[in-house]
Ligand binder design. Structure first.
Ligand SMILES: CC/C=C\C/C=C\C/C=C\CCC/C=C/C(=O)SCCNC(=O)CCNC(=O)[C@H](O)C(C)(C)COP(=O)(O)OP(=O)(O)OC[C@H]1O[C@@H](n2cnc3c(N)ncnc32)[C@H](O)[C@@H]1OP(=O)(O)O
Length: 316
């Protein structure tokens, strides 16, 4: 058991083989471990100096870590719609990594600084009119963000305070719990087919883990966007709350999750997610090539152009 308390600081994907005698990352089922999240002398000393630390140096992302509660707040702030550009994706992956390595950190609340939009998903302009090398780099960054968030050993809660299509929905689905503002104007879902593109297998697998096979199949084929109430009905969101209380409700929910001993919860989370993570890790390069080939096709570029033009039309 003592071996289980070793820190590896690498999220759920890192196998603590020493703990289970597991020979390889791919055959290890329960050994993934990030860090034993018990207070250490160093961490306590750190707390006396500063309770809240600002983590991110980017203006597109703020990360504030409260040393007293062990909870970090990660706020997307990339106007106008929090689209996930290469830069923001990279910042997200770095920020999540830093939190994973901080022994004081036990949970992350992810939310948006924008009043009505959680995230518009991947920045479509990163997928249009660029050279193949750019598409490859972009897609690796999308994968990396997913690996860090889906594979995080921390408690992750999405405080969804606005619309959340496609990649925005993916980020929310990576979290352990989702609260959404009950505003019927907001929507959430994987709408990729409506853009003429295809949600890759790991988007699908993430959704299946949240809502099951049947709802995923219907949602993906039709590119369904759900209102908050519908999202609760299909299980995509755990709970709706009045808009002005989303953040406080997320804090209350976090406190509930933090009552569970970290080691037990982390191993359980790893058991649930490891197969899905390994699936992408095993096919990372081919997934990048598939994306780059697919997105470079003239027909796909035309679809994206038409979609963006339609988006720019005045709304009725
Ligand atoms: C064989 C093949 C097998 C496998 C395939 C292999 C690989 C897979 C291939 C591809 C996978 C790709 C996966 C893609 C995931 C994504 O996330 S795609 C992005 C999808 N996102 C959307 O569709 C959201 C579109 N946006 C909206 O619905 C709305 O903008 C909003 C609800 C978010 C906000 O509405 P409003 O507040 O009304 O704001 P506006 O609509 O006026 O937008 C303001 C401004 O922002 C621009 N914009 C909006 N969204 C995006 C975006 N995602 N990226 C870039 N830019 C965006 C919009 O055009 C406006 O710009 P301007 O007009 O001001 O210039």
């Amino acid at each position: 058991m003592a071996a289980l308390l070793l820190r590896t600081s690498r999220g759920l994907g890192a196998c603590l083989r020493v703990a289970t005698g597991c020979p390889s990352p791919s055959s290890c089922v329960v050994a993934a471990w990030s860090s034993a999240r018990w207070p250490r002398e160093g961490a306590v000393a750190w707390r006396t100096h500063a309770q809240v630390r600002h983590y991110s140096s980017s203006d597109k992302l703020s990360i504030d870590m409260d040393d007293k509660t062990g909870v970090a707040v990660l706020k997307l702030s990339n106007p106008p719609v929090n689209s996930l550009s290469l830069e923001l994706l990279t910042e997200l992956a770095i920020g999540l990594d830093k939190l994973e390595m901080n022994p004081s950190c036990r949970g992350v609340i992810m939310t948006s600084a924008h009043p009505h939009i959680f995230s518009a998903g991947l920045d479509v302009s990163e997928m249009m009119g660029k050279p193949t090398e750019h598409y490859r780099e972009f897609w690796r960054a999308v994968q990396e963000m997913w690996l860090k968030l889906y594979g995080s050993s921390l408690v992750t809660i999405a405080a969804i305070n606005g619309s959340s299509p496609a990649g925005g929905c993916l980020m929310a689905m990576c979290c352990d719990y989702r609260l959404m503002a009950d505003n019927p104007k907001y929507s959430i879902g994987l709408n990729e087919t409506k853009l003429g593109i295809v949600a890759p297998f790991w988007f699908r697998d993430t959704m299946m883990g949240v809502v099951g096979t049947r709802v995923t199949e219907r949602s993906l084929q039709l590119g369904l966007m759900y209102s908050p109430a519908e999202a609760v009905h299909v299980g995509l969101v755990d709970r709706t709350v009045p808009e002005e209380t989303v953040f406080e409700e997320a804090r209350t929910e976090m406190a509930r999750w933090l009552k569970i001993p970290d080691h037990a919860r982390q191993i359980t989370k790893s058991m649930m997610r490891k197969t899905t993570i390994d699936h992408l890790l095993a096919q990372r390069d081919s997934d990048i090539s598939n994306f780059a080939n697919f997105i470079s096709k003239d027909s796909i570029q035309k679809s994206l152009t038409a979609y963006m033009q339609a988006l720019r039309q005045p709304k009725k």
